[in-house]
Design a protein around this ligand. Structure first.
Ligand SMILES: [Zn+2]
Length: 112
């Protein structure tokens, strides 16, 4: 898994988070999932931090910390849902400044 590499092991918070394992229902609606995790994998494989997320019909409007606005269809088996479940990301957005504990928390969340 790519994400684990990105976790700074020197952070105390990250170490603490590493020990905890969380479970999230696999078929939790994508909107609820994203709202909880506050992370968004972009199409180019970059993981962004979410500043705000709102629902608009069958879409969700996501504003990232790096000021990108993404409109994504709410779909249980959509690309983003799949990537989140598989924790797949090529790299983490530097502009979003996602704290390392948040990445660890996500990396330790099991979807089942
Ligand atoms: Zn970003």
């Amino acid at each position: 898994m790519v994400l684990k590499v990105a976790v700074k092991a020197d952070s105390e918070e990250a170490k603490k988070e590493k020990r905890k394992v969380r479970y999230v229902q696999k078929h939790r609606p994508i909107f609820k999932l994203v709202e909880k995790i506050k992370l968004w994998p972009s199409r180019s494989g970059i993981l962004h931090g979410i500043r705000s997320i709102t629902k608009d019909g069958n879409f969700m409007i996501i504003e990232t910390h790096c000021n990108k606005v993404i409109k994504a269809r709410i779909s249980k088996n959509g690309r983003a849902a799949r990537w989140l479940r598989n924790k797949w990301a090529e790299r983490i957005c530097k502009s979003c400044r996602i704290p390392s504990w948040k990445i660890s928390k996500f990396a330790n969340t099991l979807f089942k």
